[in-house]
Ligand binder design. Sequence first.
Ligand code: GLU
Length: 506
Amino acid sequence: MCNKPVRVRFAPSPTGPLHIGGVRTALYNYLFAKKNGGVFILRIEDTDQTRFVSGAEEYIIKSLKWSGISPTEGPGFGGDFGPYRQSERQKIYGPFVDQLITKGLAYYAFDTAEELNKLREEAKKQGLPNWQYNSISRLGLKNSLSLSKDEVRKKIDLKTPFVVRIKMPRNKIIRFYDEVRGWVSVNSNNIDDKVLFKSDGMPTYHLANVVDDYTMKISHVIRGEEWLPSAPLHVFLYDAFGWEKPKFAHLPLILKPNGNGKLSKRDGDKLGFPVFPLNWESTDGNIFPGYKEQGFFPDAFINMLAFLGWNPGTTKELFSLTELCSSFSLERVSKSGAKFDPDKTQWFQQQHLRNTENVVLAKELQPLFKETVSIEKLAFVCGLIKERATFVLDIMRDGEYFFSPPKKLDEKAIKKRWKEDSKRQLESWYNELDVSISFKAKDLETLFFSFLKKNNIKMGDILPLFRLLITGKKSGPSMFEIASFIGKKECLERITNGIKKATQTT
Ligand code: GLU
C-alpha cells in the first residue's frame, strides 16, 4: 500500500489537558502505524510559549500510556529523530527559513503588531473586515519586498524586530489528495502571507510542523479536521522546499451528542460525562473528570473512541486494542462528524467488563477490601454479578452482602411480600438448612424444591423473602450460590436476624 516506511506522529500542543478528540487522533495514528508495521511518534508542538500550560505534556504522556498507545519515539521514549519537543529544535528551523528567503519564496516583514492592527481597523471601518497581509497589500507595507536592499540591511543590523512571511503567489490552485476526503483544491488568493518565523526567534506552527514532518521522515499526516484549512499552506511549503509530500488524512470532528457542533469541555460538565482521559486539575483548583478515575477500562475507552469516525465494515463492535490494530484502515474513516454517545460509551465499558476474566476483576477489587479476601472468593463473586455491572466498583457495591450482612432491610419490599404464613415458612426453611449436611449450591437447590413440595409452599411466597433477608436486595444472582458462598452459620444468622427485624416492622 505504501512504498515509504510508515512513520506517523501525534503532535499535540501542551496548552491544557488532552481532550478525547486528541486521544482519538493519537489512537488512529497508533493503529495505522501498527497495522502497517510502522512507527508511532509523539512530538510536542510547543512553539507558542504564550499558550504553554505547565503539566500538560506530562498529562498527554500519562494519557497515552494509560490508553495503551505509547509512542515508540518521543520525549522520554527515545528515537533517532529527536529532540521531539519543538522548543528544543529551535536551531533547526533558521536555515530552512533562509532557504526560502534565498529562493525568493519568503521575506522579512518589519511591520509592528500595532501598525497591522491599525490597518485592520481602518479596513473594517471601510466595510472590509477581512484585511490580509497578501500579494495585494504587501507592497504597501514594510518588508524586504517593498523596501530597498540597503534599508532592509540597516534594519536587520539595527536589530529591528522582524518576522519572516511566506510569499503566497496570486491566483494559484493548490491541490492535494486527502486519504479521507479525496481531492482538495484551494485558490492561493484565499491564503494570506502567513508568518513562518516570529520576532521571538521561534518558528510558527506552520513552519515547524512542516520542517519537523520532513526531517522526522513522516509518511502520513493523520490529524483532526480543524487542521484542514492549514493543509494547503503546508502543501505549498513542501513544494517551495522541493520536498516530497507526506500523505494527508484529516479525521472527522467529534460532535456533541445532539450533533450540533464540536464536543467541548463544557458539554462534559453539562451532560455529566468526561471529555478527558484522566482527571485534570486546573490552576484554580477545579477538577475536570477523566475516564480512568470514573472507572472505565482503557480497552473500553479505546474501543469507544475507535468507533467515533471509523467502522470495521462488519457488525462486530467489541474490539481489543490488538484487534483494532489489525482491522484499522484509513479507507473506513468517515468524512462526516461522529456524534459522541454517552450511553454507548457506558455500553462499551459494560461489555468489556463482562468479557474480562473473573480473576482479573478480582485483582482490581482486592485492594478495595479492608479485610483480606482471597482472589478465588472474589473471582467467584465477580463471575456471579459482573453481568449486572458496568464498573468494577459496581461489583463491590452490588456484592457487598457476599462479605457482610446487609446493613438494613428493605422494609418496603418486605412489607409488600410478608404474609401471615411467612414467619412460619421461613422458620421451617431455616430448620431444613440447619440440618442439611451439604451446603453446595446444587444440593441447596434440590433441598429447596423438595421443601416447597413437601410443605406445599409456592416459590414466590418464600424465595423473594429469603433473598431480602440474606442480601437486603430484591434481585441478584442465584440464592443457592449466595447461601452456599456465605456458609451455613452466616446464612442461618441472617435468617434469624431478618425474621426478627421483619416481624418488628410488619
Ligand atoms: N500542534 C497541532 C495540534 O495541537 C498539531 C496539528 C498537526 O497534527 O499537524 O493539534
